[in-house]
Design a protein around this ligand. Structure first.
Ligand SMILES: *Cc1c(COP(=O)(O)O)cnc(C)c1O
Length: 497
């Protein structure tokens, strides 16, 4: 039995590199016999342009070799098409296939970024529509869709804040950031030349107003605030916060990565925010595990509109064109016009749902997080148990007395068929397990997750070693994490087994 198990796993789990699978002479194509005289390549392109470096060593494989290689690798992956992805902060929801269909339409995939405006009116209309729809959703004055990710949007936004303050005569020195912020916030501020000062959270997990009052002086360019914050809590004093920052000459940057909790319900523009980015790959559907592609559009108030990157897409009569005539612009932040096909998906997502659908999604996302919180509250500690929005942050405090930590719980979840949640973030929660179910999950799926979490809590109590050595169902079990970080072996070969 043991032997059969090993052999059957061998096919999918011991997959070498394509280079290692190479079989000399194997080919993945068949051409008809030559019916014209053969000529040497240099006769056509000249020997000067011919590569003369050694092309030996490229893998030689048949079509099934290649197809099986990639399909086998794909079975090692976990995906939202397979099951729930309970990450916190990075919204990882199911991506409706209609958006993939739209992004694969030939007119979009084949349109060239250097094509003249007149030849790509449809693509320009999509960019224009994306700008307009996001303006309406955020309640802001104008939008650029150029930035390629959330962090890129943050940098773009802070550059605009700096440009505006510089134009007024003083760029100021610091940016205030709450201690629950995503790590990209301080990084973006520093890249734009600002020092970062941390604002502590109060007992409820919200921005401490008294601290803000104390630190918001004329050396501060602005505040970077995530709303709802990374504890999944709505910053209910947001209007007061914006007012205070504005009165003292600063601007408010809102990290809008958590727009999945707000879409169709409330608008950052109405709260008094000056600039925010959205993560279309999170909120508006694009598969983004593994690092890309993304889109981090930035929406601004009228104050910051002159500084938006060039070009914007504008509509003149029935024609769409690029507007480069923006003298105060911070310039271009990305080659061409952003990750265009992510914009196609987002526009399709928004239009296929409509205003009511967007609102319903938001309500379902918030309801789902509260459903998890309700059923797991007696099993796992919720350190900041306020008005939970789209995500809930548990801790491992109740399991720690059996020596079981958040990482053990996360790895044991793999054996139950779930992707692990976000761990050890936000930093203000020791042993954090941050879960965002999103609107994608049905009650049945949520119940399976709740069952798994409760079962793991029971195991932690009765047999902590079982949890501490998980996972057991994966290609590679528990790693020695210190050695893996200090002495990484980045190449694996069957002969090393
Ligand atoms: C994901 C995220 C970011 C960064 O966005 P990227 O697209 O990964 O660069 C910033 N802030 C918050 C709160 C996030 O969740």
């Amino acid at each position: 039995m043991e032997k059969i198990k090993k052999v059957s796993r061998h096919i999918t789990q011991n997959e070498p590199l394509l280079f290692e699978r190479s079989r000399p002479g194997a080919v993945g194509y068949k051409l008809p016999p030559l019916d014209v005289p053969a000529i040497e390549p240099q006769e056509v392109i000249g020997s000067k342009l011919l590569r003369n470096d050694d092309l030996e060593g490229l893998p030689e494989l048949s079509e099934p070799d290649v197809v099986r290689h990639f399909i086998r690798l794909s079975t090692w992956n976990y995906a939202t098409d397979l099951g729930m992805f309970p990450l916190g902060s990075c919204t990882m929801k199911y991506n409706p296939k209609i958006n993939e269909w739209a992004a694969r339409l030939e007119g979009f995939t084949e349109s060239h970024p250097m094509a003249p405006e007149s030849a790509v009116q449809g693509s320009l209309e999509i960019i224009y529509l994306a700008q307009e729809l996001l303006k309406e959703i955020t309640g802001m004055a104008a939008v650029t869709v150029q930035p390629a990710a959330g962090a890129h949007g943050e940098m773009t936004g802070i550059m605009m804040i700096r440009a505006h303050l510089e134009k007024q005569g003083n760029a100021r020195k610091k940016v205030l950031i709450p201690d629950s912020a995503h790590g990209t916030n301080p990084a973006s501020a520093v890249i734009c030349g600002y020092a970062v000062e941390t604002i502590p959270s109060d007992k409820r997990g919200l921005t401490d107003l008294a601290e803000l009052e104390k630190r918001m002086d004329d050396t501060v360019a602005g505040l970077m605030l995530t709303n709802p914050n990374t504890l999944g809590l709505f910053e209910e004093n947001i209007e007061q916060i914006c007012k205070l920052v504005h009165e003292r000459g600063g601007l408010v940057y809102m990290d809008g990565a958590n727009m999945n909790a707000l879409c169709g319900i409330t608008r950052p523009g109405d709260m008094g925010v000056d600039v925010l980015h959205m993560n279309l790959h999170k909120t508006m559907s694009t598969p983004h595990g593994g690092g890309g592609p993304g889109a981090g559009p930035v929406a601004v108030s009228a104050t910051l509109e002159p500084y938006l990157p060039v070009p914007l897409v504008v509509k003149q009569g029935e024609q769409f064109r690029f507007d480069y005539d923006r003298p105060d612009s911070i310039g271009r932040v990305k080659a061409f016009y952003g990750n265009f096909l992510v914009l196609v998906r987002a526009v399709c997502y928004i239009l296929s749902l409509g205003p009511d659908g967007l609102k319903l999604n938001t309500e379902a996302a918030v309801l789902n997080a509260n459903y998890l919180a309700h059923h797991l509250r007696n099993t796992y500690e919720i350190p900041y148990d306020g008005k939970i929005m789209h995500e809930v942050v548990f801790s491992d405090k109740n399991q720690l007395k059996y020596g079981v930590r958040n990482g053990d719980i996360a790895k044991r979840l793999i054996d139950y068929g779930f992707h692990p949640p976000t761990m050890s973030f936000p930093l203000i929660v020791p042993g954090a397990l941050m879960v965002e179910p999103t609107e994608s999950e049905s009650r049945q799926e949520l119940d399976l997750f709740i069952d798994a979490m409760k079962s793991i809590a029971r195991e932690a109590e009765e047999n902590p070693d079982l949890v501490k050595n998980a996972p057991y169902s994966t290609r590679i079990g528990r790693l020695d994490e210190v050695s893996a970080a200090r002495n990484p072996i980045l190449r694996w070969h069957p002969s090393q087994e």
